[in-house]
Design a protein around this ligand. Structure first.
Ligand code: AGP
Length: 604
């Protein structure tokens, strides 16, 4: 996720901005930049890659006396990681940094270009500074121009803007992306996307609410609501623990990332859902010309999201789809045909086995697509096309939000292809799109459910193993739940299709064998229920996850009643993620950095 910093005061603003950006490095980024307005002149610097490159570019630049400045670390969502796409974005006399996604940037950009504006970047952000300068020409004040600009934006944003004509003012607006402002006794103002850059600089902070906008000067902090009503700042004391602040107060990055799934899935959906169709503005529809089959290839958790996709693609898009484990595929001399679209899935975009299969597919002349979370990664640079998952940096080695956003992308892709193949009615597509819109709220973690799982986890700290079982898309979810548990608790767990139990595994059934049964109401419930009853009859300890009460379970984790199996999928995903986290926490393991594992497996 992008990081934002801002400063107004008499200190060395360059150093303050750069050190603030360093405190935000944990959020992940691929480029960075600052802009400083002092003595009526703006100096702006940008660099791709790590902050050391920006520090190198600014090493001879001095800021002293009063100045205002803004800074940004960019996690690419629209446009490649390049200097031109790095923030701040520049108008004739104004500069802007932004975190989030401007959903209506395309229409604003089209009008601005028609008005004669020249765009330098591929980003959505750049429309903000040009729209502001367009409004500046017809407004009584810079603030009025800023207010009007913000009212014209749709989507998520945390943004800071400075303009030469207002050398003592920073304009701000927040909607959907986090931002706070800090003050101190030296009449300084500090902005940041999260607490850590402000720790040690100021003690009182105001966390902006959605819709807030306004400006700061040396003597004023003016905040307005989305209804243009002025409001008082609500100051709270800033935490002093930087590591805790990076985790936003959660115990582990993995826990924070489970809780972030609601907001990052909202980002994944932004700008892609329309009333009756899905659009990926980074895809050229011709990618699918001549394609009669899709082959997916991945490792680990990414393999599980790909396996989920096979059900959705064949069910909704009626296109033959298969999935491969990359480390197997690369050595079995596979037959590849050019009417197959080869899709690799990778959070990091660097997994060696997956990358190698991508090279094989390209060498065989197949069209290739990568579903990835890291722009400019090896796979993104190599594939013919890319869909970014927009999960933001995932620090926990055990993948959670990357998986959630991958499945979200695949669900959207299935509908995109269904429309293209005319394999679903438009009313069915509309229905599915409306279901997708519910996912961000579905994956909000409820305290009561988390507490229940935390209490229940004490019963699952031993035993000779776990079966996670499910049917259809709940089979890849069972695999994912088992992998999560293995990865961070070091307890043995296997994922199985529920229907496979009687083909051997049921021989293991006894009270020390724990079965985590995924029982969705809206997909093969009776079939899955009877499989679980077979295990229960043989005295296996059953933990059922369902919206329907199940009296043959030893433990029961209820999920909310949903209208569709895919919403049940996301509900149960949260449960299995938290289940593994709480067991691992009880065992005293390193949840974020489990033994023997790396976040990205760049070797065979
Ligand atoms: C998932 O929790 C694991 N960390 C691991 O299986 C991971 O999914 C796998 O190594 C693939 O990584 P990638 O998505 O970056 O390619």
């Amino acid at each position: 996720m992008c990081g934002i910093v801002g400063y107004l005061g008499d200190k060395n603003s360059k150093e303050i901005l750069l050190s603030g950006l360093k405190e935000l490095e944990y959020r992940g980024y691929d480029s960075a930049g600052i802009a400083v307005l002092q003595n009526g002149k703006v100096d702006s610097f940008k660099a791709i890659g790590k902050l050391v490159n920006l520090e190198e570019k600014t090493k001879d630049y001095i800021t002293e006396d009063f100045s205002i400045g803004i800074g940004h670390t960019r996690w690419a969502t629209h446009g490649k990681p390049t200097e031109l796409n790095a923030h701040p974005h520049i108008g004739d006399e104004s500069y802007v940094v932004h975190n989030g996604i401007i959903e209506n940037y395309a229409e604003l950009k089209k009008q601005l270009i028609a008005d004669g504006v020249t765009f330098l970047s591929q980003t959505d952000t750049e429309v903000i500074v040009h729209q502001f300068e367009k409004n500046l020409k017809i407004s009584d004040s810079a603030f009025e121009a800023f207010r009007k600009t913000i009212s014209e934006l749709k989507g998520a944003y945390a943004t800071l803007l400075v303009t030469k004509g207002e050398s003592k003012t920073i304009f701000f607006a927040k909607n959907g992306s986090p931002m706070l402002v800090g003050v101190n006794d030296d009449n300084e103002k500090y902005f940041a996307s999260s607490d850590t850059p402000l720790i040690g600089q100021c003690s009182d902070v105001n966390y902006f609410e959605d819709g807030d906008y306004g400006y700061v000067t040396p003597t004023e902090l003016a905040i307005f609501t989305k209804d243009d009503v002025k409001k008082e700042a609500i100051f709270t004391k800033l935490s002093t623990n930087k590591l805790s602040a990076q985790k936003d107060g959660f115990r582990f990055f993995m826990e924070k990332e489970i809780y972030e799934q609601s907001s990052v899935i909202a980002d994944t959906l932004l700008g892609r859902l329309y009333d009756d169709e899905i659009l990926f503005d980074e895809l050229d529809d011709s990618l699918f010309d001549g394609i009669n089959e899709i082959k997916l290839c991945a490792c680990g958790t990414s393999y599980h999201s790909a396996l989920t996709a096979t059900y959705l693609f064949e069910r909704y898009a009626k296109i033959k789809t298969s999935v491969e484990v990359a480390s197997e595929f690369r050595y079995r001399q596979p037959i590849m045909s050019k009417d197959t679209l080869f899709v690799v899935i990778s959070q990091s975009g660097e997994t060696a086995d997956t990358l190698e299969t991508l090279k094989m597919a390209k060498a065989a002349g197949l069209k290739t697509l990568v579903i990835c979370n890291v722009d400019n990664s090896s796979m993104v640079r190599l594939a013919d096309a890319c869909i970014l998952t927009r999960a933001g940096v995932e620090k926990g080695v055990a993948s959670t939000k990357a998986f959630a956003t991958q499945v979200t992308v695949f669900w959207m892709m299935a509908l995109y292809l269904a429309k293209r193949n005319n394999s679903l009615s438009s009313q069915e597509i509309v229905k599915q799109i409306n279901l997708l819109r519910e996912v961000p709220s579905i994956v909000k973690v409820e305290d009561e459910m988390h507490e229940r799982i935390k209490r229940l986890s004490k019963r699952y700290l031993h035993g000779h193993g776990f079966f996670f079982i499910g049917r259809d898309v709940f089979y890849p979810l069972a695999l994912e739940g088992a992998l999560k548990l293995k990865e961070i608790s070091y307890l043995h767990a296997e994922g199985y299709p529920s229907g496979e139990m009687k083909h051997g595994p049921i021989a293991l059934a006894d009270p020390e064998l724990f079965t985590i049964a995924l029982l969705p109401q809206h997909l093969l419930y009776e079939k899955a229920k009877s499989n679980v009853e077979e295990l229960s009859a043989r005295d296996s300890t059953i933990c059922a996850i369902s919206s329907l009460a199940f009296d043959k379970a030893d433990d029961f984790i209820p999920i909310n009643e949903c209208t569709d199996y895919m919403l049940e999928f996301f509900e149960m995903m949260i449960v299995v993620q938290i289940f593994s986290l709480e067991i691992s926490a009880r065992l005293g393991n390193d949840v974020d950095m489990p033994r023997n594992l790396a976040k990205s497996v760049t070797v065979e």
